[in-house]
Design a protein around this ligand. Structure first.
Ligand SMILES: Cc1ncc(COP(=O)(O)O)c(C=O)c1O
Length: 441
């Protein structure tokens, strides 16, 4: 006969008295990989690795998920620091600006059958996100600020228009007064795409705090970067609340994640755009450094521009508010395409970090002419969305020539990249190179 045991729930001895202790699954090996990423010289790396190995027993290991972190979350600290820096009530950290834009459009309730206006000159992501929300991108011209031309925006508004994505392209502010006035007149939302202009201002206000929502990129190429990453900013608490479920399909963002919705419109099927604590830690440090980085870019641009001797017919890009320019680049308009095509290799040969902006033969995702996904109504599924969401006759008349003002300006534009650590000598040499080529033109 089997001996009868008393179950723990009936007062017997527990079968599992205790589990562990276990070490953290993420431990010294991962820290050493991070060290390798940071690219210390070999001697220093070896010393740091030896130190980590020596103290491995004291290493608790990180909690890399932003939620339920027993320590203050780096992502949350980055959100607070960024909201303070931009001067808004809320900042939501996400994994990219593409995600930020989709979360913003979804928070605004934009979907099938809606139209959203986007500039002809921006990285394709600003336009792609509209289609990804099943809405229709309406492409509008840029003017000599290389940001949205308010007159063309107004021309392209239809009864379906719900929002304008204003892009502060190449670190320079768009014409916010006029665009906001148009948005108010037609009851449209303004989503600022600040991917390229973190830290820029317009008439004293931080970009990303002026429209209904702001979207930032922290990818590798941006003013502030954590490899990948982004933020959604807003002063509207309800929109912030709605952006959160979209960014966190697993619904961890609420104080009680299993409670029913506090207000209708809070719960819906979303995606997962959460930022990890690794990115959060880097983003937090970058945000703290933002004022110094911006100071460096602006000083370098001022230095270079002050030394330029522009011949008749060559102009600098018009900046909607020069005081708010981040200073990450300067753009020259040449008198015509022929001279732009001659000057570009001449500048590069002088060592000036120059690039051409538009040549119809060179594929570049920053110009609508190359967005065949939109121009040719491509769709990911058999449903034909977003294009099938409106009667075919009501779709915008997409063509490679639909924004002639943009292609005319961009085809004779030359962009010179600026680094925040340019010394006075670097700035002098760049200005000398530009002046030398322009004088020989
Ligand atoms: C204007 C603009 N919008 C959006 C994006 C997308 O940013 P991310 O790479 O963070 O998705 C970029 C990136 O280059 C950009 O330049």
């Amino acid at each position: 006969m089997r001996k009868k045991t008393t179950l723990a729930m009936d007062g017997g001895t527990k079968a599992v008295a205790a589990l562990g202790p276990y070490t953290s699954k993420i431990h010294k090996e991962e820290l050493e990989e991070l060290l390798d990423l940071w690219e210390y010289a070999p001697g220093i790396k070896d010393k740091l690795t030896a130190l980590i190995e020596k103290h491995a027993a004291q290493l608790k290991g990180p909690h890399l998920f932003r939620y339920y972190n027993p320590r203050p979350s780096k992502v949350e600290q980055a959100e607070q620091a960024f909201a303070k820096y931009i001067g808004v009530k809320h900042a939501l950290a996400v994994n990219s600006c593409t995600s930020a834009l989709i979360a913003a459009l979804r928070a605004l309730g934009i979907g099938m059958g809606d139209e959203v206006i986007v500039p002809a000159y921006t990285f394709f992501a600003s336009a792609a996100v509209i289609g990804a929300c099943n809405a229709i991108p309406v492409i509008a011209d840029v003017d000599d600020t290389l940001t949205l031309d308010p007159r063309d925006v107004e021309r392209r508004i239809t009864p379906r228009t719900r929002a304008i994505i204003v892009v502060h392209m190449r670190g320079m502010p768009a014409q916010m007064d006029k665009l906001m006035a148009i948005a108010r007149k037609h009851k449209l939302h303004v989503v600022e795409d600040v991917a390229q202009a973190a830290g820029g201002t317009y008439k004293g206000r931080m970009l990303g705090s002026i429209g209904t929502m702001g979207c930032f990129s922290f990818d590798y190429y941006k003013i502030l970067n954590s490899g990948e990453g982004g933020f959604v900013t807003t002063n509207d608490s309800w929109l912030h609340t709605r952006a959160q479920p979209w960014h966190d399909c697993a619904a961890c963002w609420r104080p009680n994640r299993f409670a029913s919705e506090r207000r209708e419109g809070e719960l819906f099927c979303g995606e997962n755009y959460r930022m990890s604590e690794l990115q959060g830690a880097v983003a937090l440090a970058q945000i703290r450094k933002a004022p110094a980085l911006l100071k460096g870019y602006r000083a370098a641009k001022r230095r270079i521009v002050s030394k330029l001797k522009l011949p008749e017919g060559v102009t600098l890009q018009r900046v909607a508010d020069p005081a708010g320019d981040t200073g990450i680049c300067l753009i020259l308009f040449m008198p015509d395409v022929t001279r732009a095509k001659w000057a570009l290799p001449a500048l590069q040969a002088e060592g000036v970090p120059a690039g051409g902006i538009y040549d119809h033969k060179v594929k570049d995702w920053h110009i609508y002419v190359h967005w065949e996904h939109i121009l040719e109504h491509k769709s990911v599924a058999r449903d034909g969305l977003p294009w099938s969401g409106v009667p075919a006759a009501e779709l915008p008349n997409y063509s490679k020539t639909m924004c002639p003002q943009s292609t005319e300006l961009l085809s004779r534009a030359i962009m010179i990249d600026i680094h925040c650590e340019h010394s006075a000598a670097d700035c002098g040499a760049i200005a000398t190179g530009i002046n030398k080529v322009l004088a020989a033109m």
